[in-house]
Every structure is written in structure tokens, then in C-alpha cells.
Design a protein around this ligand. Structure first.
Ligand code: FAD
Length: 512
């Protein structure tokens, strides 16, 4: 790998610029750019790269206004361009706006850089550039008061705060890719507004609903992430699609709760996995057979399901273990699952019934959603029932569930690209997992990484935007802020995952 790819990769939300692309990219851009010219041999730059990646992730939703780039001046083919740009020290930061390139002082705390970006955008939006950047100037009482009680085709959220606070402008930018909502900023010095809205602590958010009703927005902590996350999840607020056209307003057919896990999803997933995905393989042998056996072992021992399903899985496992064959025709497995076992009351429904995993149209959510859900449930079971895998050969291995998942995804998961990405993540960080609790957290972390990568792409169901999960409404204590940066409280996340994916939270509702 090149030096550039060692410090930064496409996974990082930063745009990797080179001498071949930099001018064309920066000078003809409809967005502003914040570029770090670095050198891959400079220790300072290496130490700084996690901050820069974190910044790029933090402001990913602002990318139609400002984007984050890197250019490695230590690469031979970039020598000339760095000279042309006059880069003498590393790292050097530049905000690039249309034709002008300005040096920016290298105060490098994430929060400071982010505030600098906001100031920069605010100064430029007065000149209507970048075109997609929403207005960041505060609104006056006279602008806002007439809206109160009015019907509208969208929500308006008003963040009222002190002049030196950045929360309002950051929330405006966080929501710029969303439709169905406008966010405005007003200052706490607007007395007639604060009196009318009954707001006396800042920052506060006030929400005007499309139907004319209005109220203070209650969040657990009055922080940027809590406000943004709440607004993104409002009914009728969607991420704008890159393909044109509004998201279809297909009704979600079954009422379900986001704070529950549904047995119907888990069983539908197992049905699809066994009877559709695996059934495309005529015979199982070698690595595939081993993967299948491990998979059946893990689910038979850990799946907290209905008696009829668990019995079926256990019987399938006994059958596989007792067979000395090196090669098994998949038809034999299907025959066992579909016919032989049914007689003794062991069965797995052959209906696809998505509840928590239902999508707003066919092709969205469904099976991959159920597969994530299944493996989260299994990692949590492995952590809460330490003896469950006794005598399987997997009992000593805290990564048994994750390794089984990894092998399943690589060998069988129909989406090959997904498998490739997952494998890359596993190679990079699975060896660090040393306990069953860390396994639970690893899968959560990697799932969020995938969510981050897929947000705004065509895989996203506009009715179920991909967010960093669990959102503050599901687990307020999981979220904290340190120096203006969102951080997870991982102890609380672990507790939450164990509760959310625990057997007691799996709802039997909507089961056939
Ligand atoms: P999903 O991401 O499927 O999540 C299902 C449910 O899990 C959510 O509704 C939520 O309740 C919960 N959840 C969300 N985040 C977390 C978390 N961090 N921890 C615990 N629970 C959480 N699609 C692609 O287009 N490209 C890919 O590269 C890709 N890779 C994939 C890799 C794997 C291993 C899998 C299983 C799927 C992959 N997919 C990929 C599919 C994609 O991740 C989604 O599953 C799919 O788009 C459906 O999304 P969803 O909205 O139903 O939510």
C-alpha cells in the first residue's frame, strides 16, 4: 500500500487528493474545502491523523457545504504541487473557497477547527456561496414570531442560544441533507421571542409542527448531537436522496417499536438463510461445510428462540455431528428441515414476515437487517450465558460468534461487496477482541462503521435513516460530549446492548 493509504483510506470520510486531482477538485468546486497538506513521515501528522479522521466523520453531513481533504506531500508525484501551493511545514491547513486559498492558523483541536469551518461558511453564505449551504445568520423575533401557529408543509426547528454558542449553526449544518425540516438559529437576546416561547435557558430548541402546533423540544441533554439526532428521527423528515424524487410515502404495515427486537425478524432471517441463501449451494464441503457446522452449533446453542425452532436447530446439529461425510448435498439438509423434523413438531416457519426489519419498499432492509440482528443477539447470548457453548469445541473462544459470523459472511452472504468490506474490518481489528463483552462491543462498533459508510447511499431506506446507533432517545446515557465532541460511554453502551438484544427484549408479537 502507498503511504497515503496507510495514514488515510477511503473509509475515513476524507477525500484523498493527489497532484492529478487537487486543482480540478478544489478550484471548480461547488463546496468549500478544508485540506490538510501533510507528510506521511512527519510524526506529528501521524499522531494527528485520528483527529482529522474524527473531524471528517463528525462533519460528514456537511459535505455539500464543506469537505475535508488530505494531500500527502511526501509522495514523490505530489512534490511539485506542494511546492506550488507553498507548503513549507507539515501539517498545513488551508480552507479553499472557489478561487482563493487562504492560510489558516494551525490550532488543531477538533472543536476549534469545526468552529473555524462554521465561521468560514457563515462569512461566505452572505455571498450565496457555497450554494447548498443553508443560511447561518441568526433570525430575529420579527422573522420567527409570525411563523408560530402557522400551518406549513414542513417542520421548523428554532435553536435559541447565546451569541457565542455554535450548537445552532452546527445543528443547521447537520440537518442540511435532510428534507421535511428547516432549522433556524435565533439569539437569546431576542427578548420578545424568548418570552413568547417561554425559553429561559440556552441553548434550547423549539419545534413548529406542520399542523401549526408548537412546543419546546425536550431532549435529555441540550447538546448538538441530541438535538440533531432528535430532528433526524421526526416522522416525515428524510435524508434527501441523491437520486431525484421524494421518498415514497408507503405506509409501514405493522406498528412496531424501535426499542424491541422481534422474533419474527429472527425467524424470517433464519428461514431465508437456510432455505434461500444456503440452498443455492448444491453441496457443502471443506471450508463451507465447516462454516455451516459452526454456524449451526452457535445458533443451536445460543438462539433464544421458540421451543420448536431450537429443537430443530439442535437436531440438525446432532445430525451434522454424527455424519462422517466430507461432503453433504444441501438437499439432504433441506429435506431434514422441511419434512423429516416437522413430523416431530420441530419446525421453522417458511414465511417472510419482517416487523422491526420491514422496509418501505421491497429490496430495502429485510434479510440483511435480520442478519445483523441475529448476530447481535448471539454475541449478547454468548456474553450472558458463559456455559452455553460447553462441549462444542468453541467454549474457550470469546470470539466464537464473531468468527462464525465472519466465515458465514465471506462464504455465503449473497452481497459479496459487503463480505469484502466486513472481512477488511475483521482483519484489522478482530484480533484485539479478548472477551465476550468486547465481542459484543466490536460488532456494535463495526455495525456503526457500516452505517456511517452507507448513510445517504442507495442502501438506505429513507424511512429508516442510517444513524449512529443507539440514538439518544433509545439510550441517553450512552452519549456524552467532551470538549464539544460526541463520545460514547462504552460501559453504558454495553449495558444497553445486553438489555436490547437480551432474550427478555425479544417480542413474540406478529408471529405466525
Ligand atoms: P441495519 O444496518 O441492517 O440494522 C438493523 C437494525 O440493527 C437497525 O434497525 C437497528 O435497530 C440495529 N442497529 C443499527 N446499528 C446498530 C449497531 N451499531 N449496533 C447494534 N445494532 C444496531 N450494505 C451495503 O450496501 N454495503 C455494504 O458494504 C454492506 N455490508 C454489510 C455487511 C454485513 C455483515 C451485513 C450483515 C450487511 C451489510 N450491508 C451492506 C447491508 C446493510 O448493512 C444493512 O443491513 C441494510 O442496508 C439494511 O439496513 P437497515 O436500515 O435495515 O439497518
Amino acid at each position: 500500500p502507498s503511504l497515503t493509504t496507510r495514514l488515510y483510506s477511503e473509509e475515513d470520510s476524507v477525500v484523498i487528493l493527489t497532484s492529478a486531482t487537487v486543482k480540478q477538485t478544489l478550484l471548480n468546486s461547488s463546496t468549500a474545502w478544508l485540506v490538510q497538506f501533510y507528510s506521511s513521515w512527519c510524526g506529528h501528522c501521524i499522531q494527528y491523523s485520528p483527529t482529522w479522521k474524527a473531524l471528517a466523520g463528525d462533519v460528514k453531513d456537511w459535505e455539500h457545504a464543506i469537505r475535508i481533504g488530505v494531500l500527502d506531500c511526501a509522495q514523490e508525484n505530489n512534490f511539485d504541487i506542494c511546492k506550488e501551493f507553498g507548503i513549507h511545514f507539515y501539517p498545513t491547513f488551508r480552507v479553499c473557497a472557489s478561487q482563493d486559498l487562504n492560510y489558516v492558523g494551525a490550532d488543531r483541536e477538533l472543536q476549534t477547527v469545526r468552529q473555524l469551518m462554521v465561521n468560514f461558511l457563515q462569512n461566505h453564505t452572505t455571498q450565496d456561496w457555497p450554494v447548498s449551504c443553508p443560511p447561518l445568520e441568526p433570525y430575529s423575533s420579527a422573522d420567527i414570531l409570525p411563523l408560530i401557529g402557522q400551518k406549513s408543509n414542513q417542520y421548523t426547528a428554532v435553536i435559541v442560544e447565546n451569541e457565542d454558542s455554535y450548537v445552532g449553526r452546527e445543528v443547521i449544518l447537520d440537518l442540511m441533507m435532510y428534507q421535511g425540516l428547516t432549522v433556524k438559529r435565533a439569539l437569546s437576546s431576542e427578548k420578545s421571542l424568548t418570552e413568547k416561547l417561554g425559553i429561559n435557558s440556552f441553548p434550547s430548541a423549539y419545534l413548529l409542527h406542520p399542523n401549526g402546533t408548537h412546543a419546546i423540544l425536550h431532549v435529555q441533554k441540550r447538546l448538538r448531537f441530541f438535538f440533531s439526532s432528535f430532528l433526524k428521527l421526526l416522522l416525515g423528515v428524510h435524508r434527501k436522496l441523491s437520486t431525484s424524487g421524494a421518498p415514497q410515502e408507503l405506509p409501514v404495515s405493522l406498528i412496531f417499536s424501535r426499542s424491541k427486537v422481534y422474533m419474527a425478524d429472527l425467524e424470517s432471517g433464519l428461514h431465508y438463510l437456510l432455505r434461500v441463501e444456503l440452498a443455492t449451494h448444491q453441496t457443502l464441503e471443506g471450508e463451507e461445510l465447516k462454516t455451516f457446522k459452526d454456524f449451526v452449533t452457535v445458533v443451536a446453542k445460543l438462539f433464544p428462540g421458540r421451543q420448536s425452532v431450537v429443537k430443530l436447530l439442535e437436531t440438525l446439529l446432532e445430525w451434522l455431528v454424527s455424519l462422517p461425510l466430507e461432503k453433504i448435498p444441501f438437499d439432504a439438509i433441506l429435506d431434514l428441515v422441511n419434512n423429516k423434523m416437522r413430523i416431530s413438531g420441530m419446525f421453522l416457519s417458511d414465511q417472510l414476515q419482517w416487523v422491526g426489519c420491514q422496509g418501505s419498499r421491497v429490496g430495502l432492509r429485510g434479510y440483511p437487517c435480520s442478519l445483523w440482528t441475529l448476530f447481535h443477539v448471539l454475541t449478547v447470548q454468548a456474553a450472558s450465558r458463559p456455559d452455553a457453548l460447553a462441549n462444542t469445541g468453541l467454549e474457550e473462544n470469546p470470539k466464537a460468534v464473531l468468527q462464525t459470523m465472519r466465515k458465514y459472511i465471506v462464504n455465503f452472504f449473497g452481497c459479496q461487496e459487503c463480505g469484502k468490506h466486513f472481512e477488511e474490518m475483521a482483519v484489522a481489528s478482530l484480533p484485539q477482541v479478548k472477551s465476550v463483552d468486547q465481542a459484543v462491543l466490536w460488532l456494535w462498533r463495526k455495525h456503526n462503521q457500516v452505517n456511517g459508510r452507507l448513510a445517504g447511499t442507495m442502501s438506505e431506506d429513507p424511512h429508516f435513516p442510517k444513524t449512529q446507533w443507539p440514538s439518544p432517545d433509545l439510550c441517553p446515557t450512552c452519549h456524552e460530549e467532551q470538549d464539544g465532541i460526541h463520545v460514547w460511554n462504552e460501559d453504558k453502551v454495553l449495558m444497553f446492548l445486553k438489555q436490547h438484544y437480551g432474550a427478555a427484549n425479544i417480542s413474540p408479537k406478529h408471529m405466525y
